[in-house]
Write a protein that binds this ligand. Structure first.
Ligand SMILES: Cc1cc2nc3c(=O)[nH]c(=O)nc-3n(C[C@H](O)[C@H](O)[C@H](O)COP(=O)(O)OP(=O)(O)OC[C@H]3O[C@@H](n4cnc5c(N)ncnc54)[C@H](O)[C@@H]3O)c2cc1C
Length: 452
């Protein structure tokens, strides 16, 4: 039976699904996006500044292309053509105890106070010794146990626990290792030799999954979703998916102004919204499962700066509590074209629990973040700030707690029965990258066509 495919959301997952359906030819599909522009989390804002020629390009959040698969490397290069700088070597840092040390912390304690270095190196060696001499395999445990087993108490105390508590908004003991299992390189694991060398000297070796990245020359990360959009015919922007009757297989948009019958529905809407606000007559068991899905929110703050150069590499991690943000980045290091001549810019990521924040609280966050930037020596003074752009990201990181897998399965089993594919970072409720969004779009397009 043929029929229409409805794709909800024009983030990278939805765009890639449509792109691959389009490529197959003759498939009846439509994409609906509630925002006025495509891209989802990969959107950029272009902000002018009075008296300056050109605009600041602000990505909503730092978005670098860490492509591994030949297919995505080729596709992104074909889509962006000459507008792509490839193989930029990562230059990232950590700021703690008043000093900048190289990323990752666990392999680069050189420069920290000797007492801290000693605790980190001894703790690491002791953890390795225990794991070597422990005959039984450690039980499947929390992320906290994983940190202690892999890095020891010093690295846990001085970086892993405070940093992860900040970004996830919960203690690592309340997290599982589910998100690391997807890609063990998300948390680099140096060996003893590397940890010792990195304590004694400025070790320049690269660790982890994101040692090199690609990035658009002009226009920020928005240029990637824009390039997908140019290849897609049936796309409606400014159209909110508000309701779906799964018995009749009819989706309603903008409160019922538009109705579409469908054969398959591909949704990239955050899963709790899909279940609790959009699908009609969801069984209580499935609703309860959706209520248990936990996540964090992020306030993204972009600042245009009255200074030609900033001195801190591509981005810096901040584990310490006294700094509100967990990460700060420098877009001009990704591409010179991100800022008007004679200026630079900074982006700041602040995680918070997903209660709606008041305007007053947001103002406090922003005021504190600016003071923190001066304290860390990133800004010389707040008077350097020329323009700012803020964005609240309601869904930022999915929390891998003990309830996630079980509840996700209840929801996905229910949706599959109804011909609804809930995919992408928030539809699939996972930790994932732009590359995975592109690949998942391809996979789901192929699956849908095979089932027609
Ligand atoms: C802080 C942070 C930093 C990141 N940095 C990187 C990085 O450096 N490199 C990397 O590879 N990945 C990074 N990512 C991950 C990357 O952003 C995502 O994997 C990818 O953008 C997910 O795309 P998506 O299409 O699944 O979701 P989204 O981008 O969220 O797209 C979903 C779309 O659905 C639309 N939508 C939602 N509800 C409705 C509705 N009711 N009706 C119509 N439309 C709707 C939304 O407006 C949106 O456009 C980062 C993520 C975060 C949070």
């Amino acid at each position: 039976m043929a029929g229409k495919m409805l794709i909800i959301g024009a983030g990278l997952t939805g765009l890639s699904t449509a792109f691959h359906l389009e490529k197959m030819g003759g498939i009846d599909y439509s994409v609906y996006e509630k925002e006025k522009r495509v891209g989802g989390l990969c959107r950029s804002e272009y902000k002018p500044c009075p008296g300056l020629k050109g605009k600041f390009t602000f990505d909503i959040l730092g978005h670098l292309l860490h492509l591994k698969e030949e297919y995505t490397i080729g596709l992104v290069r074909r889509l962006l053509k000459e507008n792509l700088t490839t193989d930029i070597p990562r230059d990232s840092w950590i700021y703690s105890k008043g000093v900048y040390t190289r990323y990752p912390f666990q392999a680069n304690t050189y420069g920290l106070p000797p007492k801290v270095v000693k605790e980190c190196v001894f703790g690491f060696i002791s953890a390795k010794y225990h794991s070597l001499h422990c005959k039984t395999r450690p039980p499947e445990g929390s992320f906290y146990n994983w940190i202690l087993q892999n890095f020891g108490e010093g690295i846990a105390k001085h970086f892993m626990i405070p940093y992860n508590q900040k970004i996830w908004t919960v203690h690592p003991r309340d997290l599982t290792c589910g998100w690391i299992k997807v890609n063990p390189k998300y948390v680099p694991s140096p060996n003893i030799q590397e940890v010792v060398i990195g304590a004694l000297e400025d070790q320049k070796k690269h660790f982890g999954y994101n040692v090199r990245f690609d990035y658009p020359r002009r226009g920020g990360i928005q240029k990637l979703p824009d390039a997908f959009e140019a290849k897609i015919k049936n796309l409606e922007l400014n159209t909110n998916f508000s309701r779906v009757n799964i018995r009749k297989k009819v989706a309603y948009f903008d409160g019922g102004k538009i109705e579409e019958k469908f054969r398959f529905l591909v949704s990239t809407v955050p899963l709790p919204e899909l279940i609790l606000e959009i699908i009609e007559d969801v069984p209580e068991k499935v609703k309860n499962a959706a209520l248990k899905l936990k996540y964090t929110s992020v306030l993204s703050l972009n600042l245009g700066i009255k200074r030609e150069e900033m001195d801190h590499g591509h981005w810096v991690y901040f584990p310490e509590k006294e700094y509100l943000f967990y990460r700060v980045g420098f877009p001009k290091k990704f591409s010179d074209e991100m800022c008007p001549p004679g200026t630079s810019s900074v982006y700041v990521e602040i995680a918070y629990k997903p209660e709606p924040i008041t305007q007053e609280k947001e103002e406090k966050f922003v005021a504190r973040a600016k003071k923190n930037l001066v304290k860390a020596g990133i800004l010389r003074t707040e008077r350097e700030i020329l323009v700012e752009h803020r964005e609240r990201i309601a869904y930022a990181y999915v929390i891998y707690d003990r309830n996630r897998d079980r509840n996700l399965k209840i929801i996905q089993d229910y949706l599959k029965e109804k011909d609804i594919y809930s995919v992408g970072r928030y539809g699939g409720w996972k930790y994932s990258t732009m590359e995975e969004a592109i690949l998942e779009g391809k996979e789901v397009a192929e699956k849908l066509v095979s089932e027609l």
